[in-house]
Design a protein around this ligand. Structure first.
Ligand SMILES: O=c1ccn([C@H]2C[C@H](O)[C@@H](COP(=O)(O)O)O2)c(=O)[nH]1
Ligand SMILES: [Zn+2]
Length: 165
């Protein structure tokens, strides 16, 4: 029997892990997942957008509109920051971060400070907002590579049916 040919690429694998992490998010509008990978293609941190540890998902707002304190924005910890903070306790110097959404300016500062060398993203839906314009500016100046992921396989299905393994 010869080798299976339609296996997923490293990019698809790591972005897939980022997207699966995002499935844990309680944000009703935008679920973001992030996955940090070292130079040996080992996963060293994952995260998704959610409330900080110990803060109930049911007691804080998830809305986008209204006065600042009544929205989710001051409370949600972003996926990229969570992935950095959840890392396995190593230096992230030279690592890559796969993220479903291009990082905001706050996540970008954390990415730069942690030594991550490349950002791979899927969606850039907020590209025109100041926060994201600032991110690009900082990443460029800091010499951090960024690229939009081009997947060969647009959809990957997972089955939890034991007979499908
Ligand atoms: O770098 C980022 C930027 C945003 N997020 C999170 C924060 C929020 O939970 C959502 C954005 O919500 P919208 O309703 O689309 O404004 O995405 C993140 O994790 N990382
Ligand atoms: Zn962010």
């Amino acid at each position: 029997m010869s080798k299976r040919e339609n296996y997923i690429s490293w990019d698809e694998y790591f972005m897939g892990v980022a997207l699966l992490s995002g499935k844990r998010s309680k944000d009703p509008s935008t679920q973001v997942g992030a996955c940090i990978v070292n130079t040996q293609n080992k996963i060293v941190g994952v995260g998704y957008n959610g409330l900080p540890i110990g803060i109930s998902d049911d007691e804080f707002p998830w809305q986008k509109q209204g006065s600042f304190l009544e929205t989710k924005y001051p409370y949600v910890c972003h996926a990229e920051l969570n992935a950095i903070l959840n890392n396995i306790g190593i230096s992230l110097h030279g690592c890559k971060i796969y993220t479903a959404l291009f990082p905001c300016n706050e996540c970008t500062k954390a990415i730069i400070q942690s030594g991550i060398g490349e950002v791979i993203y899927l969606s850039d839906k907020y590209a025109t907002q100041d926060s994201f314009v600032a991110s690009k500016k900082m990443l460029e100046k800091a010499g951090i590579a960024m690229r939009k992921m081009e997947a060969q396989q647009k959809h990957i299905a997972l089955s939890f049916e034991e007979g499908d393994v």
